[in-house]
Design a protein around this ligand. Structure first.
Ligand code: NAP
Length: 479
């Protein structure tokens, strides 16, 4: 029997019934997923992107160091995506607080989790939680004006700090501790951080790698910046640069590693340098214990490691039984990020990721969870540069598009832009649209201009919402 015309069930993806996608998280991976879906040929797609913060861009705003402004230019690409008529941004809307996964399933055909890794890996050594021991995540969030970390307190009256780990985040943290404040003051670094760093007493920053120079996770560009700091010397011990056979062979196949190594050799020749402030980079030392002194961390006990083959063609660190102790009244643990679970979304505690196969979320039994996808660090773990996320998000989007023909039609009345907007409005009347964000951004830029810096960020959600409301009211009055 033929269906009457009016009752025809429309498949998602047609102009009359667009494919409705919710993207949770507005960092690079979320934007690249949006771009890829909105570019799909012969398919009508509507994307709604949610962020728990009123501001978009994830780690580009809250993670990339303030003295790395060029990297932040990538947001111009995201702005173009956000300008598409079939894209909407809902900032200040949090999954688990304002909306549930069930809400999203009701209003969207597909959900993409682009939630990153918002926590940090643990060291699992005694004293890790002593006062004065902080995660790099907290420090980075604090200097970048992330509302979560706004009220952190770092005791910069200490003269020695230690950064554990030698990835790019560790190098960022080290550089911010050692950079001239006048340089930082012109960036978009949050004012509270500029002020605190201006009176910093830190004169020694230990940068500590558990393996050798050939296994360093930092990139040559980041290392070079440490070598070129205005008023701090990077001190590298020549004896740390002797390579074992496996490391030598590895460097032959690793041009970036080779560049790092050559830079380190050059730097080691400069010795102690002439500045009062030093970064002391040590290799083959692993954290063994944070030692208390006067109610806070005072020293760091380190295992002296040797390098041995790990049996898989790589190199691992093995404690020799020898130890050394350094003074450090501030410790920053920079040993990688870890995900945070979301109610109603599968999560693998051990890896800190959302379990998935090629970006399709898997339930606890290992079966594909229909309509749920993941991108970015939540998919593959905390690795790679911003650009790495593009190919990764494109790959997930490809799976999503392959799955479209098999999608159930859903309740036509609920799967509309209007129905989704109504539920967002009812749960979070202070949601922030992309236009609102641009308004807030203009205010940040003008506050910055007045102070001779790139931008003065708002650093609490309440301030952001109040500023948007005030600007909108003033605009209405002016009309
Ligand atoms: P990462 O690159 O994975 O580095 C983690 C570091 O922690 C490694 O040196 C690792 O040593 C060390 N580590 C891990 N567990 C440890 C332990 N228990 N004790 C001592 N050391 C330990 O992570 P990340 O620095 O957090 O960076 C995350 C991603 O963001 C990376 O892909 C990075 O390149 C990227 N990023 C890029 C930039 C930039 O381009 N400017 C800036 C920031 C971040 P092992 O190698 O021995 O495990």
């Amino acid at each position: 029997m033929e269906m009457p015309e009016g009752d025809k069930v429309l498949k998602p993806g047609s102009p009359e019934r667009p494919l409705r996608v919710a993207i949770v998280g507005s960092g690079p991976s979320g934007f690249y997923a949006a771009e890829s879906l909105l570019n799909a040929k012969d398919l009508s797609v509507q994307v709604d992107m949610f962020d728990r913060l009123p501001t978009p861009y994830g780690l580009v705003r809250g993670g990339v160091a303030p003295d790395h402004q060029k990297i932040k230019n990538v947001v111009m690409v995201y702005e173009k995506i956000a300008a598409r008529p079939t894209f909407r941004f809902f900032g200040n809307v949090m999954l688990g607080r304002d909306l549930t996964v069930e809400d999203l399933r009701r209003h969207y055909d597909q959900i993409v989790y682009a939630v990153g890794n918002e926590s940090d890996r643990r060291l699992k050594v005694p004293g890790e939680d002593l006062k004065g021991s902080h995660s790099a995540t907290a420090f980075v969030g604090w200097y970048n004006g992330h509302p979560d970390w706004r009220s952190q307190d770092f005791d910069l009256t200490q003269t020695a700090a230690a950064v554990i780990g030698i990835g790019n985040v560790a190098v960022d943290v080290t550089r911010i501790l050692a950079e001239d404040v006048d340089v930082l003051a012109k960036t978009d670094m949050a004012e509270h951080a500029v002020e605190a760093l201006r009176s910093s007493k830190v004169k020694t920053v230990w940068l500590l790698g558990r393996r050798g120079p050939a296994q360093a996770a930092f990139s040559p560009a980041e290392l070079k910046e440490l070598c070129e700091l205005h008023s701090t010397d990077l001190v590298v011990r020549p004896e740390d640069l002797t390579l074992d056979e496996v490391s030598k062979a590895a460097l032959e196949k690793d041009p970036e590693g080779r560049k790092n190594y050559d830079l380190l050799v050059e730097q080691s020749k400069k010795g102690e340098g002439s500045h009062e402030r030093k970064i002391r980079l040590l290799f083959c030392v692993g954290p063994a214990e944070l030692i208390e002194k006067n109610g806070r961390v005072g020293q760091l006990k380190l295992d002296v490691n040797e390098l041995t083959p790990d049996g898989r063609g790589g190199i691992k660190a093995k404690a020799t039984g020898k130890t050394m102790t350094i003074d450090a009244g501030l410790v920053f643990r920079s040993v990688g990020y870890h995900g945070i679970p979301i109610t109603g979304v599968p999560f693998d505690e051990k890896s800190g990721h959302i379990p998935n196969k090629d970006g399709r979320v898997l339930d606890p039994q290992g079966a594909v969870l229909p309509g749920a996808y993941v991108v970015g660090w939540a998919k593959r773990g905390p690795s790679g540069l911003i650009g790495t996320n593009r190919a990764d998000s494109v790959a997930t989007a490809k799976c999503m598009l392959e799955d479209v023909p098999a999608l159930p039609p859903g309740d036509a009345e609920q799967r509309t832009a209007e129905a989704a907007l109504a539920v967002v409005k009812s749960r979070q009347p202070d949601f922030v649209s992309f236009q609102d964000w641009k308004l807030l951004e203009r205010l940040e830029l003008s506050r910055g201009q007045k102070k001779g810096k790139i931008r003065e960020k708002f650093t609490t959600v309440a301030e952001m919402i109040a500023a948007i409301k005030k600007a909108k009211t003033e605009a209405l009055v002016a009309k």
